[in-house]
Write a protein that binds this ligand. Structure first.
Ligand code: HEM
Length: 408
């Protein structure tokens, strides 16, 4: 079938799926469908609570399992009898995020040094500098929109630097990343599918150019490490997907962490006041945001063999959906789970970065970026306040605002 034919067929099934979700959400009151509809995108937490009332593990209408429990999410994510579904999901090859051992182990090991403590201390200055520039520009007129002016450009600048993209290419690269990231929750229309296909080719060409450059002139960056391992620890066809994974993860997650944190702080003026009085609380604000309103709301695993989870029999090939956003508000684990409290004492680890072998490799970087961003916001613009309505992105897996109008 031609590529265009594939796109058409895909679009037909997409619009069919939307109708099915609407039917199950509105008519059958199925919570798994409701979290994918407008009310769930605005605020999934009341829906999670209704699901929790049915017990820690519940069947889905598709014949799989879903859990809202912190304990069960953790159990499933750490259990090696579960794995990820291998191969492309949503049309993009996401490298080792979608691989099981031993391939997962081999490729993850190659990327790991880019997120070591040594690497982090090297990024700190660059992040502070970028945050400073962005804040100077954003705050100049007294009003700005948090996401396009601050929360999005910061992680883009950091990941561009980390991958070693030349400044001259950075703008085009940022655009490719945005188009790619828009596919995380699935392709939304025929036009969207066409844009993705065209984008894919441009991005591939840019990475290929970068590989050639680093083969001849290696630097201390992740792409140089990848090309040095070519044919040995990584096969040529695995190189673009690995860079694509880092690009998407760098673009689409930290922006939402900063966005969700500022929205929570504006909703809780006493927390913002405390942060401004003591900007060293920024790390705690980041932790509590990750628990209270995590950017990645769910993930899933497939049973690689027949097994039982707390007495529930799971067949080989069945899926288990781990609702990370629900687990982080599990009343069995957290006191006052729906309260945003930046002063929580010894909180149990949240699951915002997942658990087990796919635990987010970028966690130290995301935390560093968000902590510096919040600390410097509190130091430089303590008069920050809402100046309009928050608009949330049209997505289910990823949660975050796209517009947060602010005055300072
Ligand atoms: C607040 C920001 C972030 C959040 C909430 C987040 C969340 C997650 C989660 C939940 C997973 C695991 C998914 C699963 O278990 O199925 C994951 C994996 C991953 N993340 Fe992040 N992430 C963030 C930032 C980043 C950054 C900045 C990078 C890199 C630049 C990154 C790179 C990755 C990679 C490469 C994986 C795959 C790990 C593996 O499969 O072994 N993440 N992330």
């Amino acid at each position: 079938m031609s590529r265009f034919g594939q796109v058409l067929r895909f679009a037909a099934s997409l619009y069919g799926q939307k109708a099915v979700i609407g039917y199950h959400g509105l008519v059958r009151r199925d919570p798994m469908a409701q979290i994918q509809m407008r009310q769930g995108r605005e605020n999934p937490y009341p829906i999670y609570d209704r699901m929790r009332a049915r017990g820690p593990i519940a069947p889905t209408r598709m014949g799989n399992w879903v859990t809202t429990s912190h304990r069960v999410c953790n159990l499933v994510l750490r259990d090696r009898r579960f794995g990820v579904m291998e191969g492309r999901q949503g049309g993009i090859d996401l490298s080792f995020l979608e691989m099981n051992p031993p391939d997962h182990t081999r490729l993850r090991r190659l990327a790991q040094p880019a997120f070591s403590p040594r690497a982090m201390s090297g990024y700190q200055g660059k992040i502070e500098e970028t945050v400073g520039h962005l804040l100077d520009r954003a705050a100049q007129s007294g009003r700005f929109d948090l996401v396009p002016a601050f929360a999005a450009p910061l992680p883009i600048a950091v990941i561009t630097d980390l991958l070693g993209i030349a400044d001259a290419d950075a703008e085009a690269f940022a655009e490719y990343g945005r188009v790619l990231g828009s596919a995380i929750d699935g392709v939304k229309s025929l036009g969207h599918a066409r844009r993705l296909i065209a984008n894919d080719a441009k991005l591939r060409a840019m990475f290929e150019r970068l590989f050639a450059l680093r083969r001849n002139d290696p630097r201390d960056d992740i792409v140089s490490r990848i090309v040095a391992a070519e044919g040995d620890q990584i096969q040529p066809y695995e190189m673009v997907p690995m860079c694509t994974l880092l690009l998407i993860a760098g673009f689409e997650t930290t922006v939402n962490l900063i966005g969700n944190a500022v929205v929570a702080l504006m909703d809780h003026p006493e927390a913002w006041k405390d942060l401004c009085a003591d900007p060293s609380l920024a790390g705690q604000v980041v932790e509590e945001t990750l628990r209270y309103d995590p950017p990645v709301q769910r993930t899933f695993r497939m049973a690689l063999e027949p097994l039982e989870v707390e007495g529930t029999p799971v067949r080989k090939g069945q899926f288990f959906v781990a609702l990370l956003g629900a687990a982080n508000r599990d009343p069995e684990v957290y006191e006052r789970p729906s309260t945003f409290d930046i002063h929580r004492e010894n909180p149990v680890d949240h699951l915002a970065f997942s658990s087990g072998i796919h635990y987010c490799i970028g966690q130290p970087l995301a935390q560093l970026e968000a902590t510096i961003a919040l600390r410097m916001l509190a130091e430089r613009v303590p008069g920050l306040r809402r100046a309009g309505n928050v608009k949330r992105r049209n997505a289910t897996t990823i949660r975050g605002p796209i517009h947060v109008p602010l005055a300072c």
